[in-house]
Design a protein around this ligand. Structure first.
Ligand code: FAD
Ligand code: S2G
Ligand code: ZN
Length: 476
């Protein structure tokens, strides 16, 4: 249980009584209030099985009104609430620590509207990212983010974690592509900032409070998002590279040679790829190299783009930055390459337990920590590997071990965060702080910022019922 494993004391929230369950049932009906042990267990365990809560009740609202009624009741009764989307979060933010009521948005999964000219889509928070992406693709648009969890994660969860993903390099951060948000505060008040205008400079931009606050300031119930046009031409290159320095040179060259059509530039080291190939029995389209780079282009003209990418490929094979590679526009082949990259996240779980670090670093230091951690752990780790979004300076370092031990945890934390902080990086690039990192947030945020965050939290959720034990540390 998280409480024991991470040594956390329960705060003095109320405990759910049968009268509370009856109230929830009058709002939601019996079938949308889960209390049976077997039913609630999956909602208590996070995707990488790092955290396990003890919730006795899972609620599945279908409307903003129901969310509002549930929250105002819980706020009055001082019942803690854990908002939950697809439960693919990787920092323990999406599952309860103790017996918080789980408020799962999965049944709020309707598309509300789409303006096909402006690309402004409004959908409910519980929409699965991939379903919305398929819906807008039929209308010649795409979602502005893509991540390996797209088949399960929800748009509300993406907003709440300010998810980055594989195409942030091209389509930017959610703070830019989210046009508006509807959210419900802890007291049940519905905040309607649901605008589809690209420009609206009237007062404070409140939607940003809900982007990346991980369910601690409000429950996101609807999202308005700008969808870019579906690219007519997509190509993917997968290259072997000798060393990390060459990856940075290749990145610089890709930006200048491919320019506006560059839509993704991902890296992975040999251990990341070989352990994924081995653990999941996935094909590697090229042979074994010290490093790999995945380049994707999104353009409007197949011929133009293909020419540009092949020119880039021959130039950089000539220069030696690329040792070997493949370039394809064939959807099946592109999917095979993306599959390999997107499955690194889960492959390590086959070894038993994974310590995941999602950090941003200045690009020149991007790969510096992997060899240091390898050396520090020696044979205590099965694999130490690095992969991620070069363009965002965001590396994912995975350390796999047969099982969680305090010894290995002690070797890694706070060591990793001290090193990141010394290199002027961030201890969480895109996955958020969640339950696992509040006591490390000071490595990336100074006192004045943390004090203001606490003041905002007190203003928005005076009883602290929304996702307690997450994001903000106890002491300031
Ligand atoms: P959950 O995991 O259910 O919740 C995440 C957090 O948001 C929790 O704190 C929860 O309380 C809160 N929350 C959820 N829904 C709401 C809501 N409606 N209102 C208020 N709070 C809410 N992340 C990236 O950024 N980039 C990646 O490339 C990436 N790749 C991934 C690949 C895999 C295979 C996996 C398993 C995860 C990956 N992630 C990635 C992490 C995760 O998918 C994202 O953080 C995602 O945005 C979480 O969405 P979710 O719906 O699963 O949210
Ligand atoms: C990615 C997925 C989760 C992880 O693959 O880009 O964000 O840490 C990650 O492996
Ligand atoms: Zn990532």
């Amino acid at each position: 249980l998280s409480a024991e494993k991470y040594n956390v004391k329960r705060k003095d929230f109320a405990t759910v009584q049968s009268s509370d369950v009856n109230f929830f049932k009058t709002i939601l009906g019996n079938e949308r209030v889960l209390t049976d042990d077997n039913d609630v267990t999956p909602f208590n365990i996070d995707w990488i099985k790092n955290c396990r809560g003890q919730s006795k009740v899972v609620l599945k609202p279908k409307s903003t009104q129901e969310v509002s009624q549930i929250l105002s009741y819980c706020n009055e009764k001082k019942l803690a609430v854990c908002p939950q989307g697809g439960n693919t979060g990787l920092v323990g933010g999406s599952v309860p620590v103790f017996d918080e009521v789980v408020l799962n948005l999965m049944l709020m999964n309707n598309i509300v509207s789409l303006d096909e000219i402006s690309g402004a889509l409004i959908c409910e928070a519980g929409c699965v990212l991939e379903n919305v992406d398929n819906y807008v693709r039929e209308r010649n648009l795409i979602m502005p983010l893509d991540l390996g969890a797209k088949g399960t994660c929800q748009v509300g969860g993406n907003v709440s974690t300010n998810a980055g993903g594989l195409r942030l390099l091209r389509y930017g951060n959610l703070h830019g592509s989210i046009l508006g948000v509807e959210a419900v505060k802890a007291d049940g008040i519905i905040i309607d900032c649901l605008k589809t205008l690209k420009k609206d400079n009237t007062g404070y931009h409140l939607k940003h409070l809900f982007i990346g606050s991980e369910g601690t300031l409000g429950v996101v119930t609807k999202v308005a998002i700008h969808c870019p046009v579906l690219p007519k031409a997509v190509t993917v290159g997968f290259f072997g590279v000798e060393n990390f320095e060459n990856i940075l040179q290749l990145y610089k060259s890709a930006k200048s040679s491919l320019g506006e059509i560059l839509s993704a530039f991902e890296m992975a080291d040999r251990d990341a790829i070989s352990s994924t190939v081995k653990n999941l029995n996935l094909p590697n389209p090229i042979s074994d190299y010290p490093f790999y780079v995945l380049v994707e282009t999104h353009g409007s003209d197949e011929g133009h783009d293909g020419e540009k990418l092949n020119r880039f490929l021959s130039k950089e094979m000539e220069s030696g930055l690329i040792l070997d590679g493949t370039v394809t526009s064939e959807p099946g082949k592109m999917q095979t390459i993306w599959n390999l990259r997107e499955n690194i996240a889960g492959a390590g779980l086959r070894h038993g337990y994974v310590f995941k670090y999602d950090v941003s670093l200045p690009q020149k230091h991007y790969y510096e920590l992997v060899p240091k951690i390898k050396q520090r752990l020696g044979d205590k780790a099965i694999v130490v590997c690095g992969y991620g979004h070069i363009g965002d300076g965001n590396i994912h370092i995975n350390v796999t071990v047969p099982e969680y031990t305090r010894e290995v945890a002690g070797l890694l934390e706070p060591y990793v965060f001290e090193e990141v902080s010394a290199l002027q990086g961030s201890i969480s690039a895109e996955h958020g702080v969640g339950f696992r990192k509040p006591h490390y947030i000071h490595y990336s945020k100074d006192r004045s910022a943390l004090q203001l965050m606490h003041q905002l939290k007190t203003l928005m959720d005076p009883n602290g019922i929304l996702n307690p034990y997450k994001v903000l540390p106890e002491e300031c």
